[in-house]
Design a protein around this ligand. Structure first.
Ligand code: NI
Length: 199
């Protein structure tokens, strides 16, 4: 191979990687066309130890958030917003929605850890964990980015995770409806849920 060919191949590889990263993590981040592809199959374990797939959650609307229980700020905020928004709805509406927290840190977020954590939030909230591979697949389905934070590299017990923090609203067929973030106000989330789901 001549040097210019190697450069060409390397450059092409970078461009392909950049496009893949855009499509996976950035392309649909704010209501663009790409976001229609959000959602898909997963197999995980809930906070009671039961195996759950996406099909178990079809039939109700789902508010889905990916994060981790050791998160100091963004994750508890997002889950509290979901909880407060649910609390603003009447019982009939609440029964139509399942809030779901999926960990992106399965090494620390065991079934027991999740069980203790989700108790802090809405009583309907489900916590899901799994193997590294299962979590990768679930995160891919939802175009969620995550990685161990650079500043805590090498520490295997006390580390932070970088991750996207969207709250996805999925319909009873498992199709994407809209999304929120941890910065969405509970009133606003509740209004949107009411408008999209109705009575
Ligand atoms: Ni977080």
């Amino acid at each position: 191979m001549r040097p210019y060919q190697a450069v060409l191949i390397a450059t092409t590889g970078l461009i392909v990687a950049a496009i893949a990263a855009f499509v996976l993590y950035g392309g649909g981040g704010s209501g663009g066309r790409g976001i229609a592809a959000i959602g898909g199959p997963f197999t995980l374990t809930d906070q009671t130890g039961k195996t759950r797939t996406e099909r178990d959650f079809h039939g109700s609307y789902n508010l889905i958030y990916f994060g981790y229980t050791f998160c100091p700020d963004v994750c508890p905020t997002a889950l509290q917003v979901m909880t407060s928004a649910m609390d603003r709805l009447d019982k009939g509406m609440q029964a139509k929605i399942t809030p779901i927290f999926i960990t992106i840190d399965p090494a620390r977020d065991t079934v027991e850890q999740l069980a203790a954590y989700v108790e802090n939030f809405h009583p309907r909230m489900i916590g899901l964990t799994g193997t590294e591979e299962q979590v990768v697949q679930a995160a891919r389905a939802y175009r969620v980015y995550y990685a161990a934070a650079k500043e805590s590299a090498g520490d295997t017990t006390d580390y932070l995770m970088d991750h996207s923090s969207f709250v996805f609203l999925m319909d009873p067929a498992g199709l994407y409806v809209t999304h929120f973030t941890h910065a969405t106000k509970p009133d606003r989330m509740a209004e949107t849920l009411q408008a999209k789901i109705g009575n």
